[in-house]
Design a protein around this ligand. Structure first.
Ligand SMILES: [Zn+2]
Length: 708
């Protein structure tokens, strides 16, 4: 029944689109017509039934990086891509540091004895929760060791929390620190580094019900939020310093590669750490008898949260850190006209357990998208540029597979790549939440206007409404504010954006989701809460594929540098607003450079529109213009990297240690540290890059004016 409904819907959308006749950036009218036909064909292929079947397959068993099941999925993906008609299917192997628990244990030894279960409850309604392969909670890359010591509650485990403990005369050195996951949010690896710097002996991170449990709404299996025993697993790798295999920082872990000793690896934590459910954490917290914690440290449990006192515990973590193999599956559809211009796309395969949302929703969406591309190819429709698709491994550990692959093919990617489009979790609800470097933001908005969402509205209309709802805005959100253009870390785009300077797009549908990285992030959860009809999985296959098709087939790449320049101006203005620069750094010259870049971007946009309005561009001109446009993002790279973190080379984007987005990282961090010498150096690097890019746009403009 659903199937015939779908066909009807696409017929309706076809006629609606024919009436609406939307503008298509980068295409002449003639080319836009044939592109529309290709897109209509493409959109009809992905189906919710197929997405659901795929999702069941990928979530059938726990499949962490390095496990036999995850490797079996890699072989299946490779085989499927071959059958779908993809070319050059390869499985790359990387030998990387593993991090598997041999033993994880926590026992309270005073004032009463209590042994934490570190396990999640099984429920009859969801047979997957009874799967014997589900493991106890642990944190990837925790150090091994054992300690018996007093326990201190340190709120969210951020530096200011330890300042407050110090004010109360509480020293955490040698102690076991227990912290919450997110109040406010910070990446668990940052909590580990902070605890390590404070001299704590061990770190326990637990899920407080105020953050993702019953204080938010109904809990699993009756609702989308985390039940009492759910555990948020995860890695604590210091990949904000350098991601990828910790033993090969900056180069690929191909078999036989040079490896540094583990003690020299910057991204390997030296503290023992583990995650806990609130049920296991409660006895530790409620038996404390020391000073009461401040109001904003009180969580969702019906107890008085205290800073410390009376509670002693024994913590033991024993990790296996031998070398394991990670597998990246890669395939292509070679472009018919520009095989050396690549649209790179990817999704990670490894999951902490079943990976219902993270990442198997993305994997199901990806496989439906690749099926649609294969069908088009079988019907004789090849993209003009090459599509490259990858199934990453070890994302959950250290963004490992994507980083190693990016490092291995760095030179080729810098020359040939047009874009990287990442989908990690595709669907935890209906709210479209893409982010992108600003040059691609207008394309996402434009594309969303031509796609129909499951509600029957356009994706664009649905997106606007849901964002206004989220921001509690009275008026609708403006088009130029729809795409989030501030990009932090935490997924596989990192190597492509920050190390290789590729323009990056990240796509996802969001919703209430309290079971992240737990055993309840599974098929049952998706079918009952996340996306019961799998319509948003299919929507993702469509929006991802159509975006890729637009970039792959455009005559002039649909990049908007006028928009990019305005975004960079906002970044600079924010640095001015948030910091007292006291005349030590003068950003007026930077703003002048940005104005020049904007003027060049605007002139180029106009020239492209004019040229395309006249009809198809001659191939030589469009190719030479595109080659220039492809260089812009790599010009934002500084070979030295940002101060203190040489692997991160992009001067507009990076992430803080907390994973929060960080714009103009070199300049911002220098200003925040009041290091004016470094700030001025970073300002000059930024100005030079902007000038270089303005010149590039002017050269592209020149090419265009010479044609016809
Ligand atoms: Zn993920």
């Amino acid at each position: 029944m659903l199937c015939s409904m779908m066909t009807m819907l696409s017929v309706v959308s076809l006629s609606f689109n024919a009436i609406a006749q939307q503008h298509m950036s980068g295409f002449s009218q003639q080319a836009a017509q044939s592109q529309k036909q290709v897109e209509e064909k493409f959109k009809r292929i992905p189906s919710p039934e197929e997405a659901r079947k795929l999702h069941r397959y990928f979530t059938a068993e726990p499949h962490p990086a390095g496990s036999e099941r995850n490797n079996e999925l890699a072989r299946n993906i490779a085989e499927t891509w071959k059958q779908q008609g993809w070319e050059d299917v390869r499985i790359h192997r990387y030998d990387v540091l593993s991090s598997y628990p041999r033993e994880v244990a926590v026992e309270m030894v005073a004032p009463v004895r209590y042994k934490a279960s570190l396990r999640e409850d099984a429920y009859d309604v969801d047979p997957d929760t009874k799967n014997p392969n589900v493991r106890s909670g642990y944190l990837g890359l925790s150090a091994s060791g054992e300690v018996t010591s007093p326990v201190v509650y340190a709120h969210s485990g951020n530096p200011e929390d330890y300042d407050l403990l110090r004010k109360h005369g509480i020293d955490v050195r040698g102690k076991i620190v227990i912290v919450r996951y997110s109040n406010p949010y910070s990446y668990r690896g940052f909590k580990a580094l902070t605890a390590e710097r404070e001299g704590a002996a061990a770190l326990i991170i637990y899920s407080d019900p105020a953050e993702d449990g019953y204080k938010k709404g109904k809990v699993f299996p009756d609702g989308p939020w985390g039940p009492e025993s759910h555990i948020q697993r995860g890695a604590i790798t210091y990949d904000f310093m350098v991601p990828g295999d910790p033993l090969t920082p900056g180069w690929a872990s191909i078999p036989g590669a040079k490896r540094i000793p583990i003690v020299e690896a910057r991204s390997v934590p030296k503290i023992i750490a583990l995650p806990m459910s609130w049920r296991d954490a409660k006895p530790l917290l409620e038996n404390m008898d020391g000073p009461e914690a401040p109001k904003d440290w009180q969580g969702g449990l019906p107890i008085k949260y205290r800073l410390t006192g009376a509670v002693r515990a024994h913590v033991k973590v024993d990790m296996d850190t031998s070398v394991m193999a990670n597998y990246v599956v890669e395939a292509r559809i070679r472009g018919s006209e520009f095989p050396d211009e690549w649209i790179v796309m990817g999704n990670h395969r490894d999951a902490w357990e079943f990976g219902g949302v993270d990442p198997s929703s993305g994997t199901a969406s990806m496989m439906e998208m690749t099926r649609a591309f294969g069908e088009l190819k079988k019907q004789g429709t090849r993209p003009r540029r090459t599509l490259v698709i990858c199934s990453w491994d070890g994302e959950e550990v250290a963004l490992t597979g994507s980083t190693e692959w990016g490092e291995q093919f760095a030179d080729e990617l810098k020359k040939k790549s047009v874009v990287y489009i990442n989908v990690d979790s595709s669907t935890s609800g209906p709210d479209f939440r893409p982010s992108a470097v600003a040059s691609f933001a207008p394309l996402i908005v434009e594309t969303s206007r031509s796609l129909d969402a499951p509600s029957g509205k356009t994706l664009y209309a649905e997106w606007k409404l849901s964002l206004a709802r989220e921001q509690k805005a009275k008026r609708s959100v403006k088009d130029d504010k729809l795409v989030d253009t501030k990009i932090g870390s935490g997924s596989d785009h990192t190597v492509f954006l920050n190390f290789l300077g590729m323009p990056t797009i990240l796509l996802q549908f969001d919703g209430p989701y309290g079971v992240y990285h737990s055993a309840y992030d599974n098929f049952y959860w998706m079918n009952n809460f996340g996306d019961p009809g799998y319509r948003y999985h299919t929507m993702m296959s469509v929006v991802w594929g159509v975006l890729a098709l637009r970039i792959a087939n455009a005559e002039i790449l649909p990049l908007d540098f006028a928009f990019y320049s305005r975004n960079i101006r906002e970044f600079v203005t924010e640095v001015q607003k948030k910091n007292a620069l006291k005349g030590r750094v003068n950003l007026q010259s930077t703003l002048r450079r940005i104005a020049e870049f904007e003027a060049a971007g605007l002139a180029l946009n106009r020239a492209i529109s004019r040229a395309l309005a006249k009809g198809r561009l001659d191939a030589r001109t469009s190719e030479s213009v595109n080659q220039k446009l492809m260089q812009v993002e790599t010009n934002w790279l500084n070979a030295e990297g940002i101060p203190g973190r040489p692997w991160f080379k992009h001067i507009l984007y990076a992430a803080r240690y907390t994973y929060a987005h960080l714009e103009l990282p070199g300049l911002t961090e220098a200003v925040e540290q009041k290091n004016w010498k470094s700030a001025n150096e970073q300002r000059r690097i930024l100005e030079d890059a902007i000038a270089k890019n303005s010149a590039l746009l002017v050269a592209a403009l020149d090419e265009l004016s010479k044609s016809k």
